[in-house]
Design a protein around this ligand. Structure first.
Ligand SMILES: Nc1ncnc2c1ncn2[C@@H]1O[C@H](COP(=O)(O)OP(=O)(O)OP(=O)(O)O)[C@@H](O)[C@H]1O
Ligand SMILES: [Mg+2]
Length: 243
């Protein structure tokens, strides 16, 4: 089993859309996949046709019954599963954060429990801030970490000031018409050893897929973004084969 943690270099770069799209693409390659939402905004569920007012999720179930987190697991289609975050009121979210700080290895144990059932577990994580990250649990090692970013000046500034350590970098919403984006991609290709050697293009199909409440590969199987994400899935499989 491979755990892949996806988070944005900053917010809004398309991390949640990528988790849904990549999960669907890996499933299409006959892999058993779990998409797990660790973002309190609980938006991953909307890529899997759950209702806007659906409240089920691991955090909600955990609150109702100790150890009830796994009861919120949903089968999207055979072999592709979703574990939503759920909906918590502000007070309950604070309590969850405090508990996670006290029991920081909780998710390590839970992922170990899940590992026999899946080839891939994809984690939708919040974009990180420098320093402390309240509410983000410790993850087991080894975990493949992918930072999603856009080829824009804000991400370039963040890469230059904060860096991304050993994390892979995945460029999303790439627009080849933009001179700035082309230049940044070229520059990062020279300077960033962990830049994934493919991009996900800006594609209206990706935005429409969310409006349709499905992963892009399901909504638009022949779109450019679907093709890109399939390449990413194949690349990840190849990394696993090498590792
Ligand atoms: N390649 C793409 N082309 C066009 N639109 C995209 C692409 N990727 C993502 N989007 C759109 O960008 C918006 C933000 O995406 P998403 O919610 O996945 O970002 P996020 O990084 O998870 O945000 P947050 O930091 O709030 O969790 C959505 O409307 C999504 O459809
Ligand atoms: Mg998100």
């Amino acid at each position: 089993m491979t755990v892949v943690a996806l988070s944005g270099l900053r917010g809004g770069v398309g991390t949640t859309s990528m988790v849904a799209a990549l999960g669907f693409a890996l499933h299409g390659l006959q892999q058993r996949v779990l998409m797990l939402d660790l973002h309190p905004r609980n938006l991953l569920r909307l890529h899997c046709n759950l209702a806007l007012d659906a409240t089920q999720g691991w955090a909600t179930a955990d609150q109702d019954a100790e150890g009830g987190w796994s009861e919120a697991l949903l089968e999207v289609v055979e072999g592709l599963y979703l574990l939503p975050f759920g909906r918590l009121e502000a007070g309950a979210l604070t309590a969850l954060e405090q508990r996670q700080q006290a029991r920081s290895h909780e998710w390590t144990q839970r992922l170990q429990q899940l590992q026999a059932h899946f080839d891939w577990i994809l984690l939708d994580m919040p974009a990180s801030l420098p320093g402390a990250q309240p509410g983000v649990p410790l993850l087991p090692e080894p975990v493949t970490r992918i930072r999603v970013l856009e080829a824009d000046a804000a991400c370039h500034a963040l890469l230059s000031t904060e860096g991304a350590g050993e994390d892979y970098l995945l460029v999303n919403r790439f627009d080849p018409i933009s001179q700035l984006q082309r230049d940044l991609l070229l520059l990062w290709g020279e300077r960033q050893p962990h830049l994934i050697p493919l991009v996900i293009h800006r594609d209206e199909a990706m935005a429409c897929a969310l409006a349709w409440k499905s992963p892009v590969g399901h909504y638009a199987p022949d779109s450019l973004a679907t093709h890109d994400v399939r390449s990413l899935a194949t690349w990840l499989l190849a990394q696993g084969a090498q590792g």
